[in-house]
Structures are given as C-alpha cells and as structure tokens.
Unconditional design. Sequence first.
Length: 382
Amino acid sequence: MKISVITCHCPHNYGAVLQAVGLQRWLLGRGVDAEVIDYRPDSLLRRPRPAYLVRCQRLGYVGDAHLGRNPLLRLLYLAASFPFRLRRRSVFARFLRRELRCTPECYSDCDSLRRNPPRADRYICGSDQIWNTDLPNGRDEAYCLSFVADPARRNAYAASVAVRLARESAGAAFLLPRLALFHSLSVREDTTAALLSSWLGRPVRQTVDPVFLLRAEEWDEIAARDAHPLPAQPYVLTYPMGDGRSVFPVAEAVARAAGLPLYAVSFSLRRHPAVDRQFRASSPGRFLQLVRGASYVVSNSFHGTAFALIYRRDFWACGIPGTGDRIGSLLRLAGLENRFVAPEADLSPAELLRPVDYGRAVPRLQRAVASSEEFLERIIHG
C-alpha cells in the first residue's frame, strides 16, 4: 500500500514541519509506503510573495510595518537579522532532509501535479492550515487533491480551515464543491466538522492533529538526533506567534509567580524585556527538547499547546485575534478549557501555578487518538 500525503510541510514553522513528520511516521509504522509530496508553490526564488510559506522565510521580509516603510531602518534590520535567518533556513532544511521522505520530484503548482502526479494507491491531504481560505494555500486546488483523477482515492486527515468560515463566503464557495468529491473527510477543529457536515450533508469527522499520533517517547527519539544541552535550571518557556501581545504578560506573570527565568522560542530579532534568554534559530528537535524540559509553557501557538499536552507540561494557552478556534477546539477535546487565559486576566500566583488536570485530559486525548487511528486505518484498508 502506497500513500502520498500533501500538506504544508516545509515552512520554517515548528508545527507545520512536525505535523508532517508525525503523520508520515505513523503511516510508516503501519507498514505503509508513505511519502510526502514535495509541493512548494511559488518558489522563494521565483516570486516575491510565497503562496503558503510563512512570509518571514524570505530573506528580504520585514514584518514590522514601521521598519518596512523606512528604507534605512529596513536595511539595518535585514543586516542584523541575516545570520539568524540563514541559520534558521539551514536547520529546518537539515531536519526535513533527515526526517521526511519526500517525492523525488518537486512540484511548483497544481498543473505540474496534474501532468505528472505521484503514483499512489491512496492520497491524503492534511493536516495543518491547508484550507485556510484567508491565505492563498486555502484556495490552491492541490490541497483539495484536484490532481487525483479518481475521487475514491481522495482523503482528508485533520485538515484545518483555521478561520471562521461563513456559508456565503468566497472561501466556502471554493472549498465545498471540491470537498464534496472526497472519499473520506476529517478535520482538526470540532466547529469546522459540524459546519462542513451540515453544509455537505455527509459525515465529517474530527480527528487529532498528527503530532498526537506519536507518543512522547517517539518525539524524544526525533529530538535526540538534534542533540543540544538543555538549560541547567528550571524555566518557564513561552512560544509566541505574531507580536506576542497576548502571551508575554501571562508568561511574565507565571515566571514571577514561580520564581523562574523566562525563556522564549522566537524568530524575532527583538527580545521582550521580561525574557531572560531567547532561542532564535533553534531546530525543530531543539524546540521539542525545550518544551519537554520546561516547568511551565505559555503559548498562543496551536502546536506549542499541543506539545505541552503531549509532554504533560503545566501550561497556559492564549489566543491570537482573527485566528478562529484552533486552540479552543483542542482544549475542549482535552477537557481543559480552563487552561485558556486572556492577557488581561487577573489571576493570583496560586492560580497561575495551578497544575493541569492530566487525570482528566489524558483519557480524553487517548480516546480521540484511538478514534483518529481508526479513521486512518479505514483509509489504508479501504
């Protein structure tokens, strides 16, 4: 049995890379000849605005609007950040070469896939934000498996729309007729599963993100191949996405309450005043090690929260305005809605240090993983 997987597998983003590794390793462990389609639309070398790649991968990208408008400041920022960007590109490329089995051919658009599709018995799209129609990848037919001639071979696993999708929106108009052709459909968020089931008039399952398909020990094996010494003393770890405004006040409060230093995993050149140490160009393996070694994790990242759960760390999850219900769906699945905190929340030190109820969360996650594995087994065995 050969299965080809298409997903956003190569951004310089820990969650995107690790979810691709998780699904492929699970399939390989079931005796499946699994490969990830090396799909890189709008190559970094050919166009100035990559369609789905994280924009800060471009060596010339400046996220700060003020710096971007001022040519001199932009130049100074790019010069200062260049070594970190170059190292980040290097560590991600090395990790992908080592941990992912990709197709020999690299595809640049859906037409190239249609002309010469990888041969497989089944095809899976997902996971991660492949159907986020606020981004160009969500309107890319390749992520709807349109290059697969036989709809009976089209399957979606834990795909994410990421944003709130309105029935009359252009995004829904694009997705719905294409998803109606799938043999089996599953998505990552419970709200998306309910909406698509209603709109398509067919079952759409909620399945777990692929990172949950591997045990903590399996992630440790992967992380160990990126051997780095862990910090010697206990620490609070924050993994902020975006500008981090929803994260840093909470992380600082937790670190103060615990009497521990605050470490950050962030690609930003700036370091928040409360951060004692910043890891700017860490490999995905080191990211895993840092989450595993943390006393507390504070993040507004879906996968930052996911790996805190996998490693059973005490954590707080924060939100990012306009990014839908990704983290909320995960916390509901684990029965840990009380671990979501707003930056303006006035929690006492005792409340901030309250341990996560893993006695409640672990059985719920185990049932969700078992259900997701059963969904994948059905894809494998038809």
